[in-house]
Design a protein around this ligand. Structure first.
Ligand code: PEP
Length: 236
């Protein structure tokens, strides 16, 4: 399974270094594919079995894009994984679908593993199921859903950082629909915690989780990785 942590604008470089060291202890005994997305200024060449990914980068090698980092900054640390389309970048930073698709295309051309996020805001959720699916499908415009290095994360906007989680039945239903769109591994994200991760990982077509706030403590994130291992063992 894929167990990913989005650290957002948290953990300084030294805190991230400590965090990765703590994770290494549990990851070395795990069969899970663990990915961590540190804050940009905390990117580094960490010695670990954890895959380090970028939360964001501008789709250029380098250039005049104040405040952004480009491909060469990721190459410095051999980073080949990137998060694209996260709801905070769509809704807070105002990234358009057109720009997201451009970014996707650029990093696809570079062979990156892309975790591509989709998900509906509350007002869409409150409408019909058809409206919700139409909204989510639009988030795939310009995106190559057959890309071999693609991972999709379904993250309802209303569930991110709120403690609210869709029912397991709802997750099952939407994941079933999304699997029709792409055969890429499909993660669930949005208020995943130690106390609900096992249930969520047990849902059909959930290939892993993308965790924000609950992953900020290495101990909690390690427990989630251990639960994923237990679940996988129980299936064999
Ligand atoms: C996220 O930001 O990708 C996320 C899932 O956050 P949280 O777990 O805090 O809801």
């Amino acid at each position: 399974m894929i167990i990913a942590a989005n650290l957002k604008t948290n953990l300084t470089r030294s805190a991230t270094c400590k965090y990765i060291k703590e994770l290494q202890i549990c990851v070395q005994n795990s069969t899970q594919n663990v990915i961590v997305f540190p804050a940009t200024s905390s990117l580094d060449s960490y010695e670990s079995n954890v895959t380090i990914g970028a939360q964001n980068a501008y789709p250029v090698e380098n250039g005049a894009f104040t405040g952004e980092i480009g491909l060469e900054h990721l190459k410095e640390f051999e980073i080949k994984t990137i998060l694209i389309g996260h709801s905070e970048r769509r809704h807070i930073l105002g990234e358009s679908q057109e720009f997201i698709a451009k970014k996707f295309h650029y990093f696809k051309e570079q062979g990156f593993q892309i975790i591509f996020c989709v998900g509906e805001p509350l007002e869409i959720r409150e409408g019909s199921k058809e409206e919700m699916l139409t909204y989510i499908h639009k988030q795939f415009e310009g995106i190559d859903t057959t890309y071999e290095n693609l991972i999709i994360a379904y993250e309802p906007v209303w569930a991110i950082g709120t403690g609210k989680v869709p029912t397991l039945e709802d997750i099952k239903e939407i994941h079933k629909e999304l699997k029709k769109k792409s055969s890429a591994p499909l993660l669930y994200g949005g208020s995943v915690k130690v106390n609900n991760v096992k249930d969520i990982l047990s849902v059909e077509n959930v290939d892993g989780v993308l965790v924000g706030s609950a992953a900020l403590y290495a101990e909690h994130f390690c427990t989630m990785i251990e639960y994923a291992d237990e679940l996988q063992q129980s299936r064999h």
